[in-house]
Design a protein around this ligand. Structure first.
Ligand code: NDP
Length: 485
């Protein structure tokens, strides 16, 4: 559902974007994720009057570009009979495609991007769908005066590779546009994910009252995929599960789970509260450097996922064993403030697991006293928030059928609201409507690196052993999150 006049969707400073310029138009991200997101967004009627321009270093003809648009748009719209696209929206998409052009450009050459931008109608969103080093170089050679008024810069992950490099990149960007015109993309921070967590927490007095260390034993945030490397060794074999998922997406979701209630859904209120959580966070209890106790890492060996045979990770094309890359990682983060002192937030993500599991699970402490006379297991109250599909499940103990003295487990289930836009459609919706609510703010991008860096250094030095799990299994058996799968 689109919320029309809500603060989260109102056009922010600088007004609505007129032209979306995709740098890296011939790349994988553009074809597989970005253009389908553009298609859904325009077809839903939410991006009226937009122009689309592609740029890349390849010598593409207009026909090649049009061919790419036709393919990506058709794939994105096939099967959207759920009301997410309108007749007028589809006509608008055809108009955008017809008017779209491709330009060959080396964005790292001094003046090249600036000159090109003179021919584009502003305000412009410049989407850097480029290798990170190329994006950085492109921003370094750009000059503020070359940017049309109201320009927004859209930066992909990874944002830097350390606290220091993220800080340097932030400084470069700050020399070009104001912070609220910089969109550091985290496509896991979809509007539905963020708003569902906040709605659940802040619209229910019952929940918020017990949302703290006095009542909560632990919080787990799990993103297990059954997908394997899928030919992405060039990127993934250098990133691993820790950098790919935990450093960015999972810490952001943790911050929304742990944040203080914001006064409004304006970006400044929400993002400041997210930043406060991350500033207070460490891996392991504050001051601990026992990363062998507070983190785990593992790599998949050969196995079967359904009827698909999966090779050992180290035998996958393009993998270098010397990189010592983990395909499953788990870290225990502590938010060292009054509300959360002593409560572990266990963040786990990995590939080639037996089942895809994407959820946050809040486990509440046991009751202080269970009346003597009840039989059966007194299991903890658990709240599961599912991400894609968006669901809510509450596990409770109730009096069992038959014998009312025996406790039994029930699950209260609900579907939560979702947005028919694809994740990149949601990202672009924020960019085009000039709303940075769902973008990662510069200081939090640095904080996320600051939190994980000591653990990654311990992994590199061999302080934390690399474990193994068979592809298709639930993961190493003795990990706490595996036991509950
Ligand atoms: P690709 O290598 O597939 O594409 C990179 C694009 O950049 C190509 O179009 C390439 O053109 C272009 N390019 C390279 N150098 C220049 C230059 N000097 N001037 C102009 N264009 C240039 O990368 P991806 O699409 O996979 O990734 C892009 C970004 O998105 C990365 O930051 C990545 O981390 C991020 N990302 C990617 C995801 C994915 O699934 N692919 C998912 C999430 C994030 P040419 O081919 O002509 O060199």
């Amino acid at each position: 559902m689109h919320d029309g006049g809500s603060p989260a969707s109102a056009a922010g400073p600088g007004g609505r974007i007129k032209t979306l310029v995709i740098l890296g138009a011939s790349g994988d991200l553009t074809g597989r994720l970005l253009l389908p997101g553009v298609a859904r967004l325009i077809a839903s009627g939410r991006a009226p009057g937009l122009s689309l321009v592609g740029a890349g270093s390849d010598d593409w003809t207009a026909q090649t570009w049009q061919g790419r648009l036709t393919k990506s748009f058709a794939e994105a719209l096939s099967g959207t009979s759920d009301g997410s696209s309108t007749g007028a929206g589809r006509a608008e998409l055809a108009r955008v495609q017809k008017g779209s052009s491709y330009h060959q450009l080396d964005v790292t050459a001094k003046g090249a991007l600036g000159d090109f931008l003179k021919s584009v109608e502003g305000p412009v969103a410049l989407y850097f769908a480029l290798p990170p080093a190329v994006s950085q170089k492109a921003c370094e050679v750009l000059r503020k005066k070359e940017l049309p008024a109201g320009t927004r810069l859209v930066m992909e992950k990874p944002f830097g590779s350390s606290t220091e490099s993220a800080r340097e990149l932030n400084a470069t960007l700050a020399g070009l546009v104001p912070e609220d015109h910089i969109h550091r993309v985290d496509h896991f921070l979809g509007k539905s994910t963020v708003l569902n967590i906040m709605g659940l927490r802040f619209a229910n007095r019952l929940l918020e009252h017990s949302w703290n260390g006095e009542h909560v034993e632990k919080v787990e945030i799990v993103f297990d995929e059954s997908l394997t490397l899928e030919n992405r060794a060039r990127y993934y074999d250098h990133a691993g599960a820790g950098r790919d998922m935990i450093q960015s997406h999972l810490l952001q979701i943790m911050a929304i789970m742990a944040m203080e209630p914001p006064a409004t859904l304006e970006e400044n209120d929400v993002r400041s509260n997210i930043a406060a959580v991350l500033r207070a966070s460490t891996i392991g209890p504050q001051g601990s450097t026992d990363f062998a106790a507070n983190t785990r890492r593992a790599r998949y060996t050969s196995g079967a996922i359904g009827d698909r045979q999966v090779p050992d990770y180290l035998a996958e094309d393009g993998v270098d064993p010397a990189n010592d890359t983990e395909t499953l990682a788990e870290v225990e983060v502590y938010v060292n403030n009054w509300r959360w002192a002593g409560v572990p937030f266990i963040l786990r993500s990995g590939k080639a697991l037996g089942r895809s599991r994407k959820e946050a699970v809040v486990t509440f402490k046991p009751v202080p006293h269970l009346p003597i006379g009840f039989k059966g297991t007194d299991s903890p109250t658990r709240l599961h928030i599912g991400f894609g599909p968006e669901t809510l499940t509450l596990d409770l103990d109730v009096n069992g059928p038959g014998d009312l003295f025996t406790l039994d487990r029930v699950q209260l289930e609900a579907d939560l609201g979702s947005d028919p836009l694809l994740p990149y459609g949601e990202v672009l919706d924020g960019v085009l409507s000039a709303d940075p609510l769902l973008s990662v703010r510069g200081d939090t991008a640095e904080e996320c690196w600051r939190i994980v860096e000591p653990a990654f250094a311990a992994w590199k030095s061999g302080e934390v052993p690399m474990e193994e799990y068979a592809a298709g299994s639930p993961g190493p058996e003795d990990w706490p999150t595996t036991a509950e799968v």
